[in-house]
Ligand binder design. Structure first.
Ligand code: NAP
Length: 315
């Protein structure tokens, strides 16, 4: 067998994804960055591309194990696990899989907001338990259509969320580093000022050091008792302790969360709350979207090896 060109890194790749990568070129496999140093020297020397999936940090130390490495193709739009500065300093290109997942992630954000407003999980439990059939009634809940919503980070996914919520007759506010062209949505330069003006915050920021705790205690405090926080970005973008305090003390109404600070370990304080809706980081997790992401990841690797322009470069 020829020397491996591709390193497939990630225990999380599905069988279908791995089979597609393995059929594409000679490969080696590791579960993640901690296993890279144990690869044989000959294998490490021949690797030119890494197909990466997962949230374990991939740093300059791992990159240095592969002297011929030219591209790291990330599975996912969020590449905060990869040290981009280290890659750039070594002349290594990084790619991601933007846009193809926008619809799914935006759908989940809206679904969590509706589920939270209409108390859908408790409704399901009432029916399943037989208590509804036995005569117990379900408490009235809260209308979602027409809410005043603030999008934190009007990027690709944030815009899809705003478009959907506009169709639900919501009043759209947003905060980003710069004002955008929008169909009349209200721009705020300060997340605190926006939180004062809205009932719902939907967080769609990039992750990483620069946005750590961007939705701060001050922002959460400014939201007020009708406030609902939806997060589909990264757990790091919110001050999770401040969010938990506000939820426990009833200073905001609730939250819908697909991402957590130390996921998949979820702070046990969340599990005791009945004003939160929790999802297992499944924003892009439909069969159709994951297939598009996997194909885009491979297309970037093949483009690099053919000396062609990368489809979705990060650096
Ligand atoms: P994007 O188009 O790059 O948008 C990111 C937003 O973050 C932009 O509004 C940008 O502001 C803002 N931003 C970036 N750096 C910032 C900084 N230093 N301070 C303040 N704001 C900053 O990214 P996207 O494709 O929409 O994806 C957003 C994130 O969603 C991803 O990075 C990923 O973490 C997360 N995600 C989650 C799932 C899931 O399964 N839950 C799936 C896919 C993606 P500007 O508008 O000013 O540039």
């Amino acid at each position: 067998m020829s020397d491996p060109v591709l390193l497939i890194s990630g225990a999380a790749f599905t069988d279908e994804e791995r089979a597609r990568l393995e059929a594409s070129m000679p490969f080696a496999f590791v579960s993640g960055p901690p296993d890279m140093a144990a690869l044989e020297e000959g294998t490490r020397k021949s690797i030119r591309a890494i197909a990466f999936k997962g949230h374990h940090a991939l740093t300059g130390a791992e990159m240095d194990l592969f002297p011929s490495l030219g591209v790291i193709a990330n599975y996912g739009v969020g590449y905060d696990a990869i040290d981009i500065a280290a890659a750039t300093a070594r002349g290594i290109k990084v790619t991601n899989t933007p846009d193809v997942l926008n619809d799914d992630v935006a759908d989940l954000a809206v679904a969590m907001l509706i589920a939270q407003c209409r108390n859908m999980v408790a409704g399901d439990a009432l029916v399943r338990s037989g208590r509804w059939s036995a005569g117990e009634s379900f408490p009235l809940n809260r209308q979602m259509s027409g809410s005043t919503v603030g999008i934190v980070g009007l990027g690709r996914i944030g815009r899809e969320i705003a478009n959907r919520l506009a169709a639900f007759k919501c009043e759209i506010h947003y905060t980003s580093r710069s004002e955008k062209e929008t169909p009349g949505w209200t721009y705020h330069s300060s997340p605190v000022e926006m939180a004062k003006a809205v009932d719902v915050l939907v967080v769609a920021l990039v992750g990483g050091k620069e946005t750590e705790g961007h939705v701060s205690r001050q922002v959460i405090d400014a939201l007020g008792p009708r406030g609902i926080v939806i997060n589909i970005s990264r757990g790091s973008t919110i001050d999770e302790g401040a969010l938990l305090d506000a939820l426990e003390e009833g200073r905001i109404a609730g939250a819908g969360l697909d991402v957590f600070l130390n996921e998949p370990k979820v702070d046990p304080r969340f599990l005791k709350l009945d004003n939160v809706h929790l999802q297992p980081h499944q924003g892009s997790g439909s069969v159709e979207t994951r297939r598009r992401m996997a194909k885009l990841q491979l297309a970037n690797i093949e483009a690099f090896l053919a000396g062609e322009p990368l489809q979705t470069p990060v650096n």
